[in-house]
Structure formats: structure tokens, C-alpha cells
Design a protein around this ligand. Structure first.
Ligand SMILES: C[S@@+](CC[C@H](N)C(=O)[O-])C[C@H]1O[C@@H](n2cnc3c(N)ncnc32)[C@H](O)[C@@H]1O
Length: 317
């Protein structure tokens, strides 16, 4: 029915995702980053015919993939093009108040890197764009050419954890005075030129952190995760699960801190004379430690290398 040529992304830690996410086979589940639908399909297959899966993605190409993939089961799958930060309005618009599980698989899909033509990779010469939703206003060219040097330094430090941020931004500013920086190769070359030759060829490509930082800025990735996490607990039914796969420390730190904060018991304001919240955690982590993929998966799927899975369960009186 489906093949890896039509659907270019190999989903990560599928068995672990299902193990943590699915606890009620006739429940309603949301794949909030459905991409080409690999995890979504695994979810659909593990539910009974009464179960329902809602696929959300902000990328119109991803929505086309899933629409095609699930065209034969429209009664069991609902597909919505949206930002997962708007998950509450998405559910509201289809008349659902709460669900049994939500999956968030962060970052880019292989489609973005290999086929989108939108400049996500420094290994391909493409226009500097990096928008997951091509209808968004801000693209990577705007960030690189129009943001102040100060803002660029903060972006590279905060979202790329780039220790050479100042030198890289000096090189960008020098070059953009001559002409607008338009392509991935131009940017990658400028970044490389700012790294001393002795370090340039060691380890990862010198532009890795810069590209990550710009992509996070263009797509407001950390902001969207924060907004989404604030909305999740009340959207889960009692016992409902949230499963998150993240791929770098910035994302994982945010997920972990939020899940820890949900476990704090009384959430009443300090000046309340008596507890009115029930003294129960909003959500409880299903496993304290993040779960990593096994070695076998990493050998067949490079993308799994940096994955870490965290899961929490809705607690209600
Ligand atoms: C790692 S891929 C998911 C792959 C998917 N699990 C699969 O099996 O094919 C991440 C997806 O999240 C989408 N995405 C990123 N940010 C988003 C957001 N704020 N709202 C909705 N989708 C988003 C991307 O367009 C991409 O398709």
C-alpha cells in the first residue's frame, strides 16, 4: 500500500511511541506533527476500528502526503493543516474537547532536507528559505540579511549554542553589505570562512549550528513548543498521554522542565488560604528518564541518533 519512495521520512522509535501513547484502542489520538504519516499510520493500525486519529502538520506538502496515505480511511483519520501551537482551536473546530493521546515528533522531516527545495540543508544549493509553512511571512533570507548584528549573535548563541557566534556574524555582515545573501551555499561558505582552518574540518560541518539557529528562528520552534505545552494538559482525558520525540538539547530541556513542573502538586497561588486545586499533579512522567533508541535502530536510521523520547500521563481526581 505505502512505500518509502512515496513517503520519504522513516519514523523514529515507532514501537516505543506506541507503547507509551496508546492505552485505549478505541480512543482519539492526535499526531501533532504528522509529516508524511509514518507515526500516524502506526497509530491508526494499533487502534480498533472505533478509534480515531487526527493528523496535524503546518507544511502543506506534509498534508498532501497524509491525505493521500489515508484517503481510503477518511472515517478513521482527520487531517488538518495547522500549527500545533493552535491545537486547542483545531480540536474545537472539529468538535472534540479532549483526547486520549498526543504525539509530538519535533524538528525537520527527511522530506524537508532531501526534497523540499527550501534550503534546510547546507549540503544542497537552494534558496535560503527554511519555512516549514511557505505561507509564513519570515524566511531565512530575511533573518540573515535584515536582522541586526546584535540579534543575529543572540540567535546563534541561544538557538545554535554556537561559541563562534560573533565571528560568524561579523562575516555575515561584511558579505551582506556587498550583496544580499540568497542561497544555502553562500551562507555555508560565509560561516566556514569565519572558522579557523584548523577547526573547519573537524567533526560536524561548521555551518550546522548556524543553520539550526536560523531554522528555529524562522519557524519560531521553541515558542510554538512552549505554547503547545501550556495547552496540552486540559486537552487530555484522565489517563491521556503526551509523547514527545526531540532531537536537540534545547528542545529536550524545555520538554523535561515542563514535565517536571507538571508534577508539582499544589498549583494554587501562594496567597490562597486553602488548596482548591486538589493537590494533584497536572501530569505525571511515565518514566523519569528520557528513552533513547536502541543501537539497531540507529544503524538503519541515522535520524534516530539524537532522538530522545519523553512521556507523561494526565492525572485527574
Ligand atoms: C520530524 S517531522 C515528523 C515526521 C512524522 N512523525 C512522520 O512519521 O513522517 C516533523 C514535522 O513537524 C512539522 N511541524 C514543525 N513545526 C510544526 C508546527 N509548529 N505545527 C505543525 N507541524 C509542525 C513539520 O512540517 C514536519 O513535517
Amino acid at each position: 500500500m505505502t512505500d518509502s519512495i512515496t513517503y520519504p521520512h522513516k519514523p523514529v522509535m515507532v514501537n516505543e511511541v506506541l507503547e507509551f501513547l496508546i492505552h485505549k484502542p478505541d480512543g482519539i489520538y492526535v499526531d501533532a506533527t504528522s509529516g508524511s504519516g509514518g507515526h500516524s499510520e502506526a497509530i491508526v493500525r494499533s487502534l480498533s476500528k472505533k478509534g480515531h486519529t487526527i493528523c496535524i502538520d503546518r507544511d502543506p506538502d506534509a498534508v498532501k502526503f497524509t491525505s493521500r496515505r489515508f484517503s481510503h480511511m477518511a472515517d478513521r483519520v482527520t487531517i488538518v493543516k495547522a500549527n500545533y501551537a493552535d491545537i486547542d482551536s483545531v480540536l474545537n473546530s472539529i468538535g472534540i474537547r479532549a483526547v486520549d493521546g498526543i504525539l509530538l515528533d519535533l524538528g525537520m522531516s527527511s522530506y524537508h532536507i532531501d526534497r523540499s527545495g527550501r534550503g534546510f540543508s547546507f549540503l544542497k544549493n537552494e534558496p535560503l528559505d527554511m519555512r516549514m509553512d511557505p505561507e509564513d511571512d519570515l524566511n531565512a533570507q530575511d533573518v540573515v540579511n535584515d536582522f541586526s548584528a546584535e540579534d543575529l549573535v543572540s540567535i546563534l548563541k541561544d538557538y545554535g549554542e554556537e561559541s563562534r557566534a560573533r565571528a560568524i556574524v561579523r562575516a555575515i555582515v561584511r558579505e551582506r553589505k556587498k550583496k544580499r545573501i540568497m542561497t544555502t551555499f553562500e551562507l555555508a561558505d560565509i560561516v566556514s570562512s569565519a572558522i579557523p582552518p584548523s577547526r573547519r574540518f573537524k567533526g560536524k560541518h561548521p555551518a550546522t549550528k548556524t543553520f539550526q539557529a536560523i531554522r528555529i528562528t524562522v519557524n519560531r520552534e521553541l515558542y510554538n513548543i512552549k505554547v503547545f505545552l501550556e495547552k496540552v494538559p486540559p486537552l487530555l482525558r484522565s489517563g491521556g498521554r503526551l509523547v514527545v520525540l526531540s532531537y536537540h538539547s534545547l528542545e529536550d530541556r524545555l520538554i523535561k522542565r515542563t514535565m517536571v513542573s507538571w508534577e508539582r502538586r499544589c498549583t494554587c497561588p501562594p496567597d490562597f488560604p486553602v488548596c482548591i486545586c486538589g493537590n494533584l499533579p497536572l501530569m505525571t512522567r511515565i518514566q523519569k528518564k528520557g528513552v533513547k533508541p536502541d543501537k539497531k535502530e540507529i544503524t538503519v536510521n541515522q535520524r534516530a541518533r539524537s532522538a530522545i523520547l519523553r512521556a507523561a500521563e494526565r492525572t485527574m481526581p
